[in-house]
Ligand binder design. Structure first.
Ligand code: SIN
Length: 327
């Protein structure tokens, strides 16, 4: 009997110790921007909320500034299980779905409030599922802001961009947008943009204020034209294999923490854009060019043909739904 009791006690101790020592699940969150951006801040908020609420079960490790993966590699790495979460720009999913290309159509959304209304609409929410067939799960939209055009020379009207080389994200819609200007678009990773601009290997780029400021692009681009011609937002994404493999309670708690972190990132994105725009002006390194209504109309007219080129791929109904969000 004593032997049996000892054996049971020893087994209980062994299992107990193993249970107590079970390591938390590691959740690597990889992104390419700096920490002082809406995405950088959102990722840190998510890490902290998870530590507070699920500390013994999940540990979030955030890798900013392309430290772990660039955006062009991160989705492949996610499907291989090498990273569990990321928030690439909506422009970087075309290998996996054509529907998200809607966000790249120039001059589609009047402002960020319209972008938000569309994302929260039934059609916008449906787009979160557009990656399922490819093994990825869209968990929520995150804002950055409207894009501005920067260059070595002042760009007031579309003709000023003709012949110039612009860095773009990996999006055929963005490629078409610059082709309509008779400019030369080059698909390059975000991590290379500063050097490409500094060495004048390219002439210009399109970025939201927070990316321009946090990556110091304004120090190597003497002119920024305030075009607000398109949106740069993100999709927070994970792999179906990782997400479905989680315990139900853990998954629900992670989604809750994520929703709160996204709400936080979205709430600060407008102020951050305004602050970074002002900081760029105050730096005196780059002139911010305000265009007139007539000049703006010239940009609209030059870029609008892109919509027709991608209407079949994206869907006319979806484009209409996005336009409704401007009202
Ligand atoms: C990002 O904001 O995540 C990077 C966008 C870009 O590649 O321009």
């Amino acid at each position: 009997m004593r032997l049996l009791t000892a054996a049971i006690t020893s087994m209980a101790l062994t299992f107990g110790a193993q249970f107590a020592m079970a390591a938390p699940i590691e959740l690597k969150f990889s992104h390419v921007v700096a920490e002082n951006t809406p995405k950088g801040q959102m990722a840190l908020k998510f890490r902290d909320l998870v530590a507070e609420r699920l500390g013994d079960k999940v540990e979030v490790k955030v890798f900013p500034n392309s430290q772990l993966f660039g955006d062009n590699k991160v989705l492949e790495a996610m499907l291989l299980g090498d990273v569990q979460m990321a928030a690439p720009s909506l422009s970087k999913f075309q290998k996996y779905t054509t529907s998200l290309q809607i966000f790249d159509l120039p001059f589609l959304f009047e402002d960020m409030a319209a972008v938000d209304r569309f994302q929260q609409s039934a059609q916008g929410q449906e787009l979160l599922n557009s990656l399922r067939k490819r093994g990825l799960v869209g968990l929520g939209y995150l804002h950055n802001g409207m894009k501005q055009l920067s260059a070595n020379d002042p760009l007031r009207v579309p003709a000023d961009a003709a012949g110039k080389k612009f860095r773009i994200m990996t999006s055929d819609v963005l490629q078409a947008q610059f082709e309509e200007l008779d400019a030369v678009p080059l698909k390059k990773p975000f991590s290379e943009v500063f050097t490409l601009l500094q060495t004048k290997a390219i002439d210009g780029a399109e970025n939201p204020w927070s990316n321009i400021y946090s990556k110091k692009f304004h120090e190597v681009q003497p002119y920024i034209t305030e075009t607000n011609h398109g949106v740069l937002d993100y999709l927070v994404v994970t792999s179906a294999e990782f997400w479905n493999g989680l315990d139900d309670e853990v998954r629900a708690e992670l989604q809750k923490a994520l929703d709160e972190s996204i709400a936080y990132g979205n709430a600060i994105s407008d102020q951050q854009a305004a602050r970074d725009r002002q900081a760029i002006i105050d730096s005196g390194r780059s002139e911010v060019i305000a265009i007139t209504a007539d000049e703006r109309q010239q940009w609209v007219d030059a870029m609008r043909p892109v919509w027709k080129r991608f209407e079949d791929e994206i869907g006319a109904e979806l484009i209409d739904a996005a336009l409704q969000s401007n009202n």
